[in-house]
Design a protein around this ligand. Structure first.
Ligand code: SF4
Length: 417
């Protein structure tokens, strides 16, 4: 099975079929088919494999709110920095979080200034760090969606079993179905279909996304992550659009069940309750956040370090602007959330623009000097575009497409088939 999924011959044949099908649909619509890939891993895959370029002019792929680091709002970044400034505290976090810029600092800068910031690969690593260093207070930054939340839940339970007193979690875990509801409810997104995140659906089940078709009349396909998986999902999705069929189809059946992974869901609900959470670019989305239950309050960093809020995210000379909003009704307007000036990560995460539409892209914002999280994260749309789409082709026989407007294949690689 795995060999088949990575078969280049099969891939070439599928590309031909997807292009054929997309060309028919494009002719009927009088424009390119617009699809959103909701998952950051898909964003990297469609850019890294050159799929964007291969489908240039036929399929426009927009990125959505599927990068957990990117959707962590400025307020939470400031809170995390405030934790790092506490004496005796070690902040344990994933590598991408370290470089996300806050209003005046970042974890990277705090570390250079003497703060203890440790990169880990899982909540279990953070727990081990706390066990190995009983004199440290270890705060794990719980960033992620339904896929990482069960692992955080397990680490909380283990900490309780071990009687650890020096471990806690700052939970900024988020749930994908509610933000999809907010995205579609806002009414300004114009897409013909969605490629849904296979890993998230493995936990939630594909049924959790059925409302996309039922309430909004937009088809969607749950996709895996190999090039052939993605091509297969595209093929099915184009077929659904052509047929005017608005179902959500599970194209990753060997991993995703309709009802998902009940054990993982139980682990989440055992340790977390759902509440309203702020997302970068969205503001507060009802029922989209996971917060630690009172039963495990001693492992909740917000309770353990209750006085350690960010000093201020608004001050003289800050290069930030107010964006986002504080409720999910009526679109996304002015609100309480601060973003770097000129940064359009919020619109990007809502699928309204592509990275080159941001005036900072490739100039004031690069991976070496990022202005926003979408350029920092390994799953960020701007990082993917910068790395793959705007760079030279890496495959033999691949040429750069013409320059032009963003989202129309500008700077994309094109393979002559
Ligand atoms: S180019 Fe930089 S500032 Fe602009 S949207 Fe992307 S990450 Fe944000």
């Amino acid at each position: 099975m795995l060999k088949r999924l990575n078969d280049p011959q099969l891939g070439r044949e599928m590309i031909r079929k997807v292009r054929e099908r997309a060309a028919r649909l494009t002719e009927r619509l009088g424009r390119a088919v617009t699809l959103m890939e909701v998952c950051g891993t898909h964003t990297m895959a469609v850019s890294g494999t050159g799929l964007r370029g291969l489908l240039s002019g036929l399929v426009e792929l927009r990125s959505g709110p599927g990068c957990p680091v990117c959707v962590t709002p400025a307020r939470d970044i400031e809170q995390i920095i405030a934790f790092a400034r506490l004496s005796g505290v070690t902040v344990a976090t994933f590598g991408d979080m370290v470089r996300v810029p806050g209003a005046q600092s970042s974890l990277e800068r705090e570390r250079a200034g003497g703060a203890r910031v440790q990169i880990v690969y899982s909540p279990a690593d953070a727990l081990q760090l706390a066990r190995d260093n009983p004199r440290w207070e270890v705060i794990f930054i719980g960033v992620g969606f339904e896929t990482t939340a069960p692992l955080a839940a397990v680490s909380i339970k283990q900490a309780a079993e071990l009687g650890l007193t020096n471990f806690s979690i700052y939970s900024v875990h988020k749930l994908v179905p509610p933000v999809m509801g907010a995205l579609l409810g806002a009414g300004d997104l114009k897409v013909d279909g969605f490629i849904l995140p296979g890993h998230v659906c493995a936990v939630t089940g594909s049924r959790a996304f059925a409302f996309i078709g039922e309430e909004y009349g937009i088809p969607a396909v749950v996709a895996g992550f190999t090039p052939v998986d993605i091509l297969d999902a595209l093929y099915v999705l184009l077929d659904l659009i052509q047929a005017g069929d608005h179902r959500v189809v599970n194209g990753y059946r060997w991993v995703v069940r309709d009802d998902g992974n009940l054990k993982a869901q139980r682990a989440i609900t055992d340790c977390f309750y759902t509440g309203d959470a702020a997302w970068r670019g969205f503001g507060v989305v009802e029922g989209s956040g996971l917060f630690i239950r009172d039963q495990y309050a001693q492992y909740d960093a917000t309770q353990k370090f209750a006085g350690a809020g960010p000093a201020s995210v608004a001050g003289p000379g800050l290069a930030t602007e107010r964006v986002g909003k504080s409720t999910t009704t009526g679109g996304f307007g002015t609100g309480d959330f601060l973003e770097p000036r000129g940064c359009r990560c919020g619109e990007l995460l809502r699928g309204l623009i592509t990275p080159p539409d941001c005036a900072l892209f490739g100039g004031k914002c690069t991976p070496a000097s990022p202005a926003g999280p979408c350029m920092v994260s390994s799953e960020g749309a701007c990082a993917a575009y910068y790395r793959y789409v705007t760079n030279q082709p890496r495959l033999p026989g691949v040429v750069n497409a013409n320059s032009g407007a963003a989202g129309s294949g500008a700077g994309c690689r094109k393979v002559e088939l």
